[in-house]
Design a protein around this ligand. Structure first.
Ligand code: A2H
Length: 255
């Protein structure tokens, strides 16, 4: 959105258990024993401790792309094309799609989210506001620090039946990660209340909340969770990012 390219961290969330419809879509197309990853793009790697679910756009069509015989990524075609020129796939400019799956079919899938305090895994859940034209079309959910994520989680809980999910899937504990002088240690919840945001459709207020949260978190935030507890967010952010890259749990992605 600004000038210059956006430097994301692409995170690898390994599938532990497929939702039945998605399993059908990939059956026979991904080799037995290979790992499949949902790959969200984030600007806030230091918040990955607080992942409680991972969002897909229910109406978005995703591809399952081959990285090697043992690794496949679920992302949009657009993201695969971009990644093909960033050294993500074995041959420059080439990306191989082995299957297609609709976001809605993936809902309920259990994935392992690197660094998340929720070690048993988190669910793939629907988010209507995911843009197919940004990042990978997959968004990891950190309701402590992202107003969009918080508003969506509250809506999913309130209308679980409408969304065709189990309420418990959206009710994982929201852990304080970052403390700021203005908003306390649950920034997203604080701002959603303060700006009287009642649903993910309050896009104008959410835009404002996002701006406020991002600035305050980056410049005034202190980590209150994880290995860099006590450090300023500015300092912790590149360190957490580097750890994820070194562990092979993520990679750089720009657009
Ligand atoms: B962020 P920018 Cl804790 N559609 O990650 C909608 N939103 C998307 C997206 C898409 N296709 N792809 C990425 N995003 C989200 C964490 C986070 C994020 C926190 C706080 C704020 C925040 C956890 N969700 O973003 O327009 C992703 O959510 C607010 C800036 O490229 C990604 O980082 O600047 C961010 O938007 C990228 O937005």
């Amino acid at each position: 959105e600004g000038v210059g390219p956006q430097e994301y961290t692409a995170l690898k969330l390994r599938v532990k258990e497929w939702a039945p419809e998605a399993e059908k879509a990939i059956k026979g197309k991904v080799p037995e024993g290979a790992d499949v990853f949902f790959v969200p793009a984030t600007l806030r790697p230091e918040t990955m401790y607080g992942q409680t679910c991972c969002f897909v756009g229910p109406k978005i069509k995703y591809g399952v792309f081959k990285v090697s015989d043992k690794e496949f990524y679920v992302i949009t075609d657009r993201a695969a094309r971009n990644m093909a020129y960033q050294g993500v796939f074995p041959e420059n400019g080439v990306y191989e799609k082995v299957a297609e799956v609709l976001g809605s079919a993936c809902v309920g899938t259990i994935v392992n989210a690197p660094l998340s305090a929720h070690k048993d895994g988190v669910r793939i859940l629907p988010m209507e506001s995911v843009l197919p034209t940004k990042g990978t079309g997959v968004v990891t959910c950190v309701p402590s620090d992202s107003p969009d994520d918080y508003a969506t989680v509250m809506d999913l809980i309130k209308k679980a039946e409408y969304y065709g999910i189990k309420k418990e899937w959206a009710e994982l504990e929201i852990i304080p990660l970052i403390k700021t002088p203005s908003y306390g240690d649950l920034t997203a919840q604080f701002l959603v209340k303060k700006l009287k945001i009642s649903s993910p459709k309050d896009t104008k207020q959410l835009e404002e909340a996002k701006e406020l949260a991002y600035k305050e978190g980056f410049y005034q935030g202190i980590m209150v969770y994880g290995e860099f507890k006590g450090d300023k967010v500015e300092i912790a952010k590149p360190k957490v990012r580097q750890q994820l890259l070194d562990a092979g749990d993520g990679f750089a992605y720009a657009e």
